[in-house]
Design a protein around this ligand. Sequence first.
Ligand code: GLN
Length: 486
Amino acid sequence: MDELYTLDLHQALSLLEQGEISSLELTQSHLNRIEAVDGRIKAYITVGAEQALAQAKRADADRAQGRAGLLCGAPLGLKDLLCTTELPTTCGSKMLKHFVAPYNATVVEKLQAAGAVILGKQAMDEFAMGSTSEHCAFQIPENPWKAGHICGGSSGGSAAAVAAGECLASLGTDTGGSIRQPSSHCGVVGLKPTYGLVSRYGAIAFASSLDQIGPIAKNVRDSALMLEAIAGFDEKDSTSIRRLVPRYRDALGKDLTGMRIGIPSEYFSQALDSEVEREVRKALSTLENAGARLVEVSLPHTEYCVAVYYLIATAEASSNLARFDGIHFGYHDPDSTDLLDQYSRSRAVAFGDEVKRRILIGTYALSAGYYDAYYKKASQVRTLIRADFTRVFKDCDLIASPVSPHAAPAIGAMENNLVSMYLADILTISANLAGIPAMSVPCGFTSEGLPIGLQLQAAHFHEETLLQAAYAVEAQLGISTVKPVL
Ligand code: GLN
């Protein structure tokens, strides 16, 4: 019975419903799994065993009384920037090492209202800045498929935990790829919803016009269910959109006849690893087998995406992170002599290098005299990038590409080459700049046994089309059931 952690979310929920297992057993099995493998994976910053077991008991009682919500009794994980009142929210930073939020994020409230059990908070790059999770102040989570390799970032702990059976599913955030890229590197399914579909209230902000919360799950069906649980209007987030949440699971299993899928020539450049290209092209043919038509398209402003993203994201970050001043929140330097000294010492001690670098770039880009040249110009080019997508989606239902130009590198390999780390974001950041939904679905492995992901992007609020196509790929390739050996 201790193998329950190997179930996927749907299987677990149906066994719970049939009374074959209890949430207490299921939760205990996940806690045992964490105990057994997290020394190697290092996915969790905080495990809330006691709280989780109490929530599991409550879920079992609710179910017995016929009050089971959508996720009743399912043990899940959370990226450690989603605010929770019962567990600390560190954001992977020394700055917030002991921070316990006074309220829950809306998505956490929604998960709890659906009966979910929260196992703990997962490792991430500090303030979600990075693509490797190596910028976490406490630990570097490792890829479950290969020791010594990164699990991607910034939601790396979440993707690794799902892949390693340390939770049934998790929530991450994606500002420039941080759900999709770690999902791709860990062989799980990651979905970044349309900007505004999921409330950001209680997600510690990195770049507010780009951030979006979304599910990381073992398969496409599970991610559809998770999205159903968290999507919807929230008056506490002024950018959240009033719209009916569909039953995303109903989109699964339909064939793709008549669907047109755009293949952007700019996304298949020479910088693409040959094994990644090979596996992605195989996945594209599964889409054709399922009835879709592949058409070549162009997103001509792709070459500007990285520059535009790293100006807008850093500018917004410099403003968002101004609140960490050593007084309102988090680390407070004990040795300062006056107010200014307090600000600078607290920030100097508690922020890591990558965060400081971004604050500096962003503050510069927003400063008087440079604003027009950098931030304003970047915003104008962002409009052009958005227009590229609008034009392509007039003729296509989806855009398909790799998620990342390469599979997960070894830990340390990117550290001395930050520019190449930034450049590797080129395939994911445009979805955030355009605000469209995008998904990563496993499509193969390198010869070293590292997972490779296919990315699908759709027009605003067309998550159902994404899920429908991702499901077709998953069903044909049949690799979502292949698990890493730990
Ligand atoms: N890798 C990107 C960055 O470092 C994206 C991060 C994210 O999506 N949070 O900014």
